[in-house]
Design a protein around this ligand. Structure first.
Ligand SMILES: [Mg+2]
Length: 455
């Protein structure tokens, strides 16, 4: 008898009987950052891949294991609503988001469909990648221009570079700050390196906490101001870049350092004529009123969002008119479906969306499926142009390299598109301070806790 099932349906699985049985991890580095890869196992042999946000901790996901065991991963939204209370901003969103991604991978594999199709289909067949570009050490705008030009020659059609205090580091008279303040951080790093080399973990930990304190001084509280000479240097840098790459390719800028609102406005006004795609994370995203003032003070498109968890935390910025472009990360925002909801919300406010991404191919493919399903999508970030074995972690039908001529073709394979991971390649990237690979996590199966949100 002829089957009534579509040939795409995976008849080896019975989606309604699918149950989560285990969750394991592998911490790697250099792919391109410290990335935390996740497997969620089921009673039908299907394994879902997820990833906790770069530089976060697998514990953010492990605390969710007791809720996941025995649940049907195809009920993605229901499980997400149960676990979302255990996520937070930035890296703390990594556990919930990474699990959500693995649930979609499982659902897609169980139904034999690519994730984008379960989200309502796609707006585009190829995802435009925008290329983050660094030049090591002291350099000029001409050097950066040449590095960006090399990206364009590889097919990239959208670019980003850093612009800010890093460029002014060795320029006398470019910055005013409380005297001695700018030297504190390099001194702390130097001491930490020495402590680490001497094997003094206690001192190294103490110094790590002091480095955290320093980084955690929010922009309005540093007392750092750029002088007119400093703005001259930054303006000349952008001018030199534009003269090298031309004015037609979109160019975004990021990583200004902790300067406050007024200096951000001055900087944007200086560089308006260089036709920028956006200026990113100039000030902390929590400062809604300051964002609204910044956006109204310049014609440079203002962008933020890579550290924002959940749609409801994008709403104040959108309502206040504080951004022209939002920039969520699928592994912080709450996962694939939450990213789509954020995109739809932003579109209602006439705001475009670029997607932040500094992850392994797992996180990247999660962003690809989400971005395919979003109408207001501009481009997806890519940090791994110079990582030769980034694509070697998967062993299957997906193309290699994943990015070709500046684009990723949205895969039509089940789930995210990865069938098996190559453990030999992962082994070569194991994080030296977090050894072990796919080890048991039974200690996290049970807990005694009441996590209702109301009585
Ligand atoms: Mg950024």
């Amino acid at each position: 008898m002829e089957s009534i099932l579509s040939p795409d349906i995976n008849t080896c699985s019975t989606p309604s009987e699918l149950k989560i049985t285990d969750m394991r991890f592998c911490d790697v580095q250099g792919l391109p950052m410290h990335c935390i890869l996740m497997k969620i196992y089921t009673n039908q042999g299907i394994v879902g891949y997820g990833e906790v946000r770069d530089f976060a901790s697998k514990r953010y996901a492990l605390q969710l294991k007791r809720i996941l065991l025995g649940e049907n991963p195809c009920n993605v939204d229901k499980i997400f609503r149960r676990i979302k209370q255990f996520g937070g901003q930035s890296r703390q969103g990594g556990g919930v988001s990474g699990v959500e991604v693995a649930l979609w991978d499982l659902a897609g594999k169980a139904y034999g469909q690519p994730v984008y199709r379960l989200l309502g289909g796609k707006f585009r067949d190829k995802i435009r990648m925008y290329c983050d570009t660094d030049v090591e050490g002291k350099h000029t705008g001409k050097d950066m221009g040449r590095a960006l030009l090399a990206r364009m020659e590889k097919g990239y059609t959208f670019l980003k570079m850093d612009l800010g205090l890093g460029i002014l580091k060795d320029v006398p008279g470019a910055v005013s700050a409380p005297l001695g303040f700018m030297e504190e951080l390099p001194a702390l790093w130097e001491k930490r390196r020495a402590a680490e080399a001497a094997g003094d973990r206690e001192l190294a930990r103490y110094l790590e906490n002091r480095i955290y304190d320093y980084h955690n001084i929010a922009h309005p509280f540093t007392g750092i101001h750029v002088t007119e000479l400093g703005f001259d240097v930054l303006e000349q840098y952008v001018k030199d870049v534009r003269e090298t790459i031309g004015y037609e390719v979109p160019l975004a800028i990021d990583h200004f350092g902790h300067i406050g609102l007024e200096d951000s406005i001055k900087l944007c006004r200086r560089i308006e004529k260089y036709n920028l795609a956006w200026a990113e994370d100039l000030i902390p995203w929590q400062l809604t009123d300051q964002y609204a003032m910044l956006r109204r003070s310049t014609t440079v498109p203002i962008c933020t969002g890579e550290d924002i968890y959940l749609k409801e935390n994008f709403l104040p910025l959108l309502k206040a008119g504080g951004v022209s472009v939002i920039h969520p990360d699928v592994l912080t925002a709450g996962g694939i479906l939450e990213l789509k909801k954020i995109s739809d919300l932003a579109a209602d406010y006439g705001t475009a969306m670029a997607v932040h991404m500094a992850e392994s191919p797992i996180g990247c493919l999660a962003a690809v499926h989400a971005a395919a399903s979003c109408e207001n999508f501009l481009a997806l970030e890519y940090h791994s142009v110079d990582v030769p074995d980034w694509c070697d972690i998967y062993d299957d039908k997906l193309p290699k390299p994943l990015v070709q001529d500046g684009y990723i073709t949205v895969p039509d394979l089940p789930g995210l598109g990865i069938e098996t991971l190559n453990d030999e390649v992962l082994k070569a990237h194991i994080h030296p301070r977090i050894p072990g690979m796919w080890e048991p996590t039974d200690l996290w199966n049970e807990d005694v806790v009441e996590d209702r949100l109301w009585s």
